[in-house]
Design a protein around this ligand. Structure first.
Ligand code: ZN
Length: 490
């Protein structure tokens, strides 16, 4: 290319760039408002998108505050209602079934109450919203211009260490589960208390925890690794036969929060085929905000105030004072730290897109569950600003559609396909396959436990002489081999 031509090219390019992104000059600010060109490409992209957000804590508002999604609420009180959903063009939301650890002894009950609260909303507003349980359901709702409501359990403790409860939750419509919340449970470690020496940890997951992941795969419940410890994360990816999601997690490289994901984890997500849905919470997306708000003295002040409130407002029936009741205190406390710019959130989306790949990033707002959001994002109404910012950074229409929901839809379909395949392979829903046994042996499940599980579930294979030899070589006890023969399901 000769010099003259290159110069012309550069001039043309700068003219084009200027036309697309007029510099925020002081003069323009003073000038009369420019009328928008009729075809706004950003609005066109946003309106044509099927937008899926994978984490909102609104069910606590439904249940504990009697909040109705049809009510138009100030953004200081709530981030989501039907009117706002329409304005933001949100297509589907995963409502979080978050069971506070204070509900010990009643986890499943609390989860069921929250689940019911979501169904109640759908029943009250059938013209505007519908429950959805599959990727096809989401797409169908979108075609009918209805908002799709889905549910994900936040915190594996909700299944009360019972595989039957896990299946029950699937049956009532739960489509993902975070293996832990901020609390380590009896089968998986959490990032939230991994440094706490008073908590009994498992080096990731126990054998039962790994079985939970495998049963989720078989059911078609998406394995969600938000909140888990690093060891739990890597083990879940090793065990899971389907892509996993992080329903609301950001980048640790940019914001040093143990609950965020390292670049190595992001790359592991690429291999797994999953998707990282970026959390909007200020303390997860902005290092300055995180540092300011993690000052131990300030945290102590807040905790003292919350504890005092709980003490002075006990429930007559002895049930725990919920997060929702103390949310006002938390919000007021958070307001002392300046909100980060929207740029911080976009940087996280951009970073995940660069490291994990454009096919592995999405949105997991954490609306109604966080006390601070970046400037400009006051509620679901402001989702178009994310589209705008991505467009300005040079993301194409196709890439933006992937981030807004396309990537998640792909993963959900893959999880459904994996479940179908696993169910076809294992007709007897409970019976263990030879691979199940091998996995447990590999995980050093002891003979008593192994024999017990075989007796409880049955096996769907014949113990051929080859298999017998193989298991004996792995030092499997004779009593376990006997149990297998007896538990053979025809
Ligand atoms: Zn969470």
């Amino acid at each position: 290319m000769n010099l003259k031509r290159s110069l012309i090219c550069i001039l043309l390019l700068s003219a084009l760039t200027l036309a697309q992104h007029p510099a925020p000059h002081k003069k323009t600010a003073k000038a009369a408002p420019v009328t928008r060109p009729k075809a706004d490409p950003v609005a066109a992209i946003h309106q044509s998108a099927l937008i899926v957000d994978t984490h909102a804590d609104t069910p606590q508002r439904f249940l504990d505050e009697n909040f109705d999604l049809g009510q138009n609420t100030p953004v200081t009180e709530g981030h989501i209602d039907l009117d706002k959903i329409k304005q933001g063009n949100l297509g589907a939301e995963f409502f979080s079934i978050w069971v506070e650890p204070e509900f010990k002894g009643h986890y499943a009950q609390r989860a069921m109450d929250l689940i019911d609260s979501v169904y109640q909303q759908a029943a009250r507003h059938p013209d505007k919203m519908t429950m959805a349980f599959s990727a096809d359901d989401i797409a169908r709702a979108h075609d009918q211009h209805k908002f799709a409501a889905l549910m994900g359990i936040e915190g594996g403790h909700a299944i009360e260490n019972d595989m039957r409860l896990l299946r029950d939750f699937y049956r009532v419509g739960v489509r993902y589960m975070t293996l832990t919340w901020s609390n380590t449970n009896e089968w998986a470690d959490s990032s939230g208390d991994i440094q706490d020496p008073n908590i009994k940890h498992h080096n990731g997951m126990t054998d039962f925890g790994k079985d939970v992941v495998r049963e989720m795969n078989r059911l078609g419940m998406i394995v969600d690794i938000s909140h888990v410890s690093d060891a739990t994360f890597y083990q879940a990816l090793l065990v899971s036969q389907a892509p996993v999601i992080a329903s609301h997690s950001s980048s640790r490289e940019l914001t040093n929060q143990p609950r965020n994901m390292t670049d190595d984890m992001l790359r592991a997500m690429t291999n797994n085929g999953g998707v990282v849905m970026v959390n909007f919470y200020s303390a997860f997306i902005d290092e300055n905000y995180r540092k300011a708000s993690s000052d131990p003295e300030k945290i102590k002040q807040r905790d003292v105030e919350v504890a005092a409130y709980k003490k002075t407002h006990p429930h007559a029936d002895g049930s725990p004072v919920t997060y929702d009741e103390t949310a006002a205190i938390e919000k007021k406390w958070a307001a002392q730290f300046p909100r980060p710019p929207l740029k911080s959130l976009i940087d996280h989306i951009d970073h995940v897109a660069k490291i994990a790949g454009i096919d592995h990033v999405g949105l997991g707002s954490d609306f109604d569950g966080v006390t601070s959001l970046p400037k400009g994002i006051d509620s679901v109404v402001d989702l178009p600003k994310i589209t705008q910012a991505l467009y300005q950074r040079g993301y194409t229409r196709e890439q933006i559609l992937k981030i807004l929901g396309g990537n998640f839809m792909r993963v959900m379909r893959e999880v459904e396909a994996t479940a179908k395949r696993l169910q076809d392979e294992r007709k007897e829903s409970d019976a263990l396959s030879f691979e199940d046994i091998e996995l447990m042996v590999g995980n050093r499940v002891n003979s008593v436990q192994l024999a017990y599980r075989i007796k409880q579930h049955g096996v769907n294979f014949d113990l051929t002489p080859e298999r017998r030899t193989q298991l004996k070589a792995e030092k499997v006890d004779e009593s376990v081999l006997d149990a297998m023969v007896k538990a053979r399901k025809k």
